[in-house]
Design a protein around this ligand. Structure first.
Ligand code: SF4
Length: 222
């Protein structure tokens, strides 16, 4: 039976995204193909990170036991898990769950978007400061819909400019939700607001990672 490698699972609030502030059950998968300069989950990406192999039935049973509707599947890069498609297909049968995939922008989303009840995608676009922007799968922009989100994690003026260029080139406004999220400790949120004003960037939301303000920024499992 196929399993996925789960490094942690817990209930908290969504720290970001469309359902920020709402309860969510988190399923964090092991491993990532990128190495962003600001990664705050490097421990989950280590080759020897502890994990629990879980089947789709076990994951689903855990989620249902929490009685929480929002399910955030994250990582690492969750879409690299060999059996993730069957997990998503299984979860899609339950219309009471709202499944969101947090993906790092480097994985082709076509096979996942083709699911009958596709989850919503929150796609990171890695700006230059991450050191990873050359790995972005730009074809993904054409298959995202209004239920999906593009998140730009920005740490500098250069990152802000890069995000603006991508929004314009791929005509993201009014097509998907767009968030600018500051790299914690690298850029003041106020600078992002100034940039939005200067560039008349309507339909872009500044997003602060709530969990970093509520708990210690290094704390796991929140
Ligand atoms: S994609 Fe996410 S998990 Fe992977 S290295 Fe970058 S920040 Fe870390």
């Amino acid at each position: 039976m196929g399993t996925v490698e789960v490094v942690e699972n817990f209930v908290s609030i969504n720290g970001e995204g469309r359902r920020a502030g709402e309860l969510a059950v988190f399923l964090r998968m092991k491993g990532c193909n990128l190495q962003c300069s600001y990664c705050d989950t490097t421990w989950a990406n280590e080759k020897d990170a502890d994990f629990t192999p879980m089947t789709k039935e076990e994951l689903y049973a855990y989620v249902k036991k929490t009685k929480v509707k929002n399910v955030t599947i994250t990582g690492g890069e969750p879409l690299l898990q060999k059996n993730i498609l069957e997990v998503l297909e299984y979860f899609a049968k339950d219309e009471n769950l709202r499944v969101e995939i947090e993906t790092n922008g480097s994985v082709d989303l076509k096979p996942f978007a083709a699911l009958e009840h596709a989850p919503s995608f929150t796609v990171d676009y890695k700006c230059p400061g991450s050191g990873m922007c050359q790995h972005m799968c730009l074809d993904n922009f054409s298959i995202l819909t209004e239920k999906d989100t593009v998140k730009f994690v920005v740490g500098s003026r250069e990152d802000l400019e890069a995000a603006k260029t991508v929004i314009e080139n791929y005509k993201l406004q009014n097509r998907v939700a767009i968030y600018f999220s500051p790299v914690f400790g690298r850029i003041e949120p106020e600078e992002i607001v100034t940039f939005l004003i200067e560039n008349q960037l309507n339909d872009v939301k500044l997003q602060l990672q709530l969990h970093k303000y509520i708990w210690d920024p290094q704390k796991r499992g929140v």
